[in-house]
Design a binder for this molecule. Structure first.
Ligand code: C2E
Ligand code: CA
Ligand code: CA
Ligand code: CA
Length: 280
């Protein structure tokens, strides 16, 4: 339990719940992980829905934990968010993803790099300078950097978000609305925000798998038509079967991401897929 110390400082007593203790250990470990460079990025290919050519990658953070192995983001991003560590962590991800993409492009590729941005990171005053710094340090063409934000990240304050989007777009970067369709998706949000790409959440894509007659198909079609009507590109995530792929292609989806075409891979394995195509 927490107790107020003499000077109002909270001290933690040994009776503290084990969940809280675990969380604090994780937070301390994560702080050190950032300094020790235990974080690493995996890269999942994004492909043209029609030609299946590789267009770029989404960078997905992992933590090479000294004792627990490779941890997925769900194990530490929430702690990073609640502790504020998401700001330096997110800055590192931006820096590293841009560096890697620029290095690949210097070898003759012309790949986009998509980077996930948390709500708290987006709202932090250090965010815009961090984007600028990552672009400057890497020399990456800003148009090839895609920032992925969820609707929930912008819903807190759509007006402020719109202003921030305009500043980001002035740097030349593009913005994707991630997990589209599952939140409080509303049309006025899309009207107000200068977004470039809609990413259809995988729950819509995968609905279809077990129930071909499912209305998921209708929603996907509506989302694609809406996006195209607004001059946005559409990426579908979570594509696991060739049936899903052909349906999405038929419905006019622009880009495809999912285990069918590529899993998230360490940089060298990702680079080994250059010039190859996903399954037909
Ligand atoms: P997301 O942005 O929706 O990323 C896609 C997630 O779906 C990834 O999980 C990816 O491995 C997984 N995925 C891709 N294709 C398929 C598929 O065909 N089927 C299935 N079942 N899953 C697929 P991952 O890497 O565990 O990341 C989970 C979430 O963690 C991401 O969801 C994103 O919200 C967050 N995240 C990842 N990297 C970062 C980061 O650098 N910063 C921040 N703030 N969040 C991150
Ligand atoms: Ca994403
Ligand atoms: Ca997503
Ligand atoms: Ca998702």
């Amino acid at each position: 339990a927490k107790h107020e110390g003499k000077n109002g400082v909270r001290t933690f007593q040994p009776v503290m719940g084990s969940e809280t203790a675990e969380r604090m250990t994780l937070e301390q470990d994560l702080r050190e992980a950032l300094n020790r460079q235990e974080l690493t990025l995996h890269y999942q290919g994004q492909f043209d829905a029609h030609t299946q050519a590789l267009l770029g990658f989404e960078a997905l953070v992992r933590w090479a934990h000294p004792t627990q192995g490779l941890l997925p983001p769900m194990k530490f991003i929430p702690v990073a968010e609640s502790s504020g560590l998401i700001v330096p962590l997110g800055a590192w991800v931006l820096q590293e993803a841009c560096r890697q993409a620029a290095a690949w492009n210097a070898q003759g590729q012309n790949l986009t790099i998509s980077v996930n941005v948390s709500a708290l990171q987006f709202e932090d005053p250090a965010f815009l300078p961090a984007v600028q710094a990552a672009l400057d340090a890497s020399g990456l063409n800003p148009h090839l950097l895609i920032l992925e934000l969820t609707e929930s990240a912008v819903l807190n304050n759509p007006e402020a978000a719109a202003q921030q989007f305009i500043r980001l777009k002035a740097l030349g970067v593009r913005i994707a609305l991630d997990d589209f369709g599952i939140g409080q998706s509303n049309l006025s949000l899309l009207r107000r925000l200068p977004v470039d790409i809609l990413k259809i959440d995988r729950s819509f894509v995968q609905d279809h798998r077990e129930a071909p007659e499912d209305a998921g198909e209708v929603y996907i079609g509506v989302m694609i038509n809406l996006a195209h009507g607004l001059n946005l590109r559409v990426t579908a995530e979570g594509v696991e079967s060739s049936e899903q792929l052909s349906l999405l292609e038929e419905l006019g989806c622009d880009s495809i991401q999912g285990f069918l075409l590529a899993r998230p891979l360490p940089p060298d394995d990702a680079a080994a897929t250059f010039g190859t195509r996903g399954p037909p």
